[in-house]
Design a binder for this molecule. Structure first.
Ligand code: BG6
Length: 496
């Protein structure tokens, strides 16, 4: 009998993904303290796409001004889409689409407004408990990230971010509070979002402010590697702890699955692309294999960095390996040994060389569904662990029509092609895939540009880049399309 090449496993986890800092709002309600994200200004309209890396740069002065500012509209993460007050109706809409899972994050600053305190904030704990219970009401399984670029500002100001080893203890305290409180409600956990990202945006990933390290005469790149070491230790300890506190739990790592193909057939370009790819795997390798890869050790030696470790670190890493590998995937790029004169294309917090065979989104990201299949094969061959596409999606400018409709065929096309790619990876390439969560299943504030106008959702939220709007939710055409995909377990992909 011929095999059905469109088949997805019967327990495949279809759903959506959001992050607390991009959706919740209520930035100073119920005792929550201020985070780095609450201080990040909207400046995309001034910088434009090409300068996107500048979006992550912030000075000490800007941080101080932000702390004093009462103008919440300047800081889009402060209002998000007000999920904090809309979560019940939003979850109802997710349930209507047939979600089996929702990936979301907890904000450390809600659980421990004072990171040094030993008393968690009951109001913060209660909020997430209510959200998880609401999800279970509809049989939606929560997948929870402990840290999705949500660093309490206190960690930056008092500890210079993850540079300080003390932050490991503070994070473990926070994580264990969450595991104990939610052990009957959450079995899927992720420690850090996009664990390779600190080198690209050190402040939002690691709480590291360049200026502070310059003043202390510490090379900034060395500080990043030190902070990453601490995050790896914290991740391993919490993974291990989660397995102990919640015996049936399933803990994953999460990496940014960037993809660089060689620009030409030149061997040097091939090597350059291989090198770029290895950079991406540096930290998920540690989380999966329980030890530093040799190439990372070598890199640290070659750069002359002095990374402080403790004798017990080796054992901690060994004992805290993950159960599955989750990743974000949006686009691909090319890499060349010599990029002089080549046209560049922006991607997810990276610049790569433009690929003439791919179409780009309005933000210049080069859409590549085959690259998803390629990535799944590559990750499965490397790690031999179940995989999870925990973020994938298309940021686009949507138009709300007068009759309340939004026609987003482009999003449906992107979704269709990526679902087809997953089906091939499962049925032809033998990849073990647990699930798929569409990024920003409801419109949210963009991580990099902090725009509302970069919309990913199947649900439109009436809000503009400056925080003006009614917060009213509207179903886009893609809402019913995704509903159909889930109902048919990924086999009915037709749309008119
Ligand atoms: C991922 C992040 O890298 O990309 C998300 O985990 C982010 O937080 C997503 O929103 C899309 O990026 P952006 O910049 O378009 O929001």
């Amino acid at each position: 009998m011929k095999k059905d090449l469109k088949k997805f496993p019967s327990n495949f986890l279809w759903g959506g993904a959001i992050a607390a800092n991009q959706t919740e709002g209520a930035w100073n309600e119920d005792n929550k303290s201020i985070t780095v994200q609450d201080c990040m200004k909207f400046k995309a309209d001034k910088l434009g796409i090409a300068n996107f890396s500048k979006l992550f740069e912030t000075s000490r002065k800007e941080l101080e001004m932000a702390q004093k500012s009462k103008n919440d509209n300047l800081f889009p993460k402060r209002h998000g889409i007000d999920f904090y007050h809309h979560y019940k109706s939003d979850i109802k809409l997710f349930a209507e689409m047939g979600f089996k899972t929702l990936r979301l994050s907890i904000q450390w600053a809600r659980i421990y407004p004072d990171v040094d305190s030993n008393l968690p904030n009951e109001k913060g704990l209660k909020f997430y408990e209510n959200v998880f219970k609401e999800l279970h009401k509809y049989n939606i399984e929560p997948i929870v990230t402990l840290s999705h670029y949500e660093i309490p500002l206190q960690i930056v100001n008092k500890y210079h971010g993850w540079y300080s080893r003390k932050v490991i203890d503070l994070f473990v305290k926070y994580a264990s509070t969450c595991f104990n409180r939610y052990k009957s409600l959450v079995k899927y956990w992720l420690t850090f979002n996009e664990v390779d990202a600190m080198i690209r945006h050190p402040l939002t990933s690691g709480g590291l402010l360049k200026e502070d390290f310059q003043k202390m005469n510490i090379p900034f790149e060395e500080a990043i590697y030190q902070a990453m070491h601490h995050q790896m230790i914290a991740s391993a300890i919490t993974t291990n702890l989660c397995h102990k506190i919640i015996p049936n739990s399933y803990v994953g790592c999460m990496l940014t699955k960037l993809l660089f193909y060689p620009y030409s057939q030149r061997p040097e370009d091939n090597l350059a692309a291989q090198h770029r790819m290895r950079e991406i795997y540096r930290y998920s390798d540690i989380q999966v294999f329980g030890q530093y890869p040799e190439f990372l050790k070598q890199e640290i030696i070659n750069k002359g960095f002095n990374i402080e470790t403790k004798p017990e670190d080796e054992m901690i890493l060994k004992e805290g390996t993950v159960d599955f590998v989750s990743f974000s995937y949006y686009m691909s790029s090319l890499e060349a040994a010599n990029k002089n004169g080549l046209e560049l294309a922006p991607g997810n917090t990276v610049n790569g060389v433009k690929n003439p065979y791919l179409n780009s989104s309005e933000w210049g990201w080069q859409s590549d569904p085959s690259g998803l299949r390629y990535s799944l094969i590559e990750l499965y061959d490397r790690y031999r662990k179940p995989l999870f596409v925990i973020e994938n999606g298309l940021g686009a400018k949507d138009k709300l029509e007068n009759n309340g409709q939004i026609h987003d065929k482009y999003r449906m096309q992107y979704l269709k092609e990526h679902v087809e790619a997953m089906a091939k990876a499962i049925n032809i390439d033998g990849v073990e895939l647990m699930g798929y969560t569409w990024w920003g299943c409801i419109d949210l504030v963009s991580e990099s540009t902090r725009q509302m106008s970069k919309r990913y959702g199947f649900i439109y939220v009436d809000l503009d880049d400056y925080g003006n709007g009614t917060y009213k939710r509207y179903k886009k055409d893609s809402f019913n399309y995704y509903k159909k995909i889930i109902a048919s377990n990924g086999t009915d992909l037709n749309f008119a």
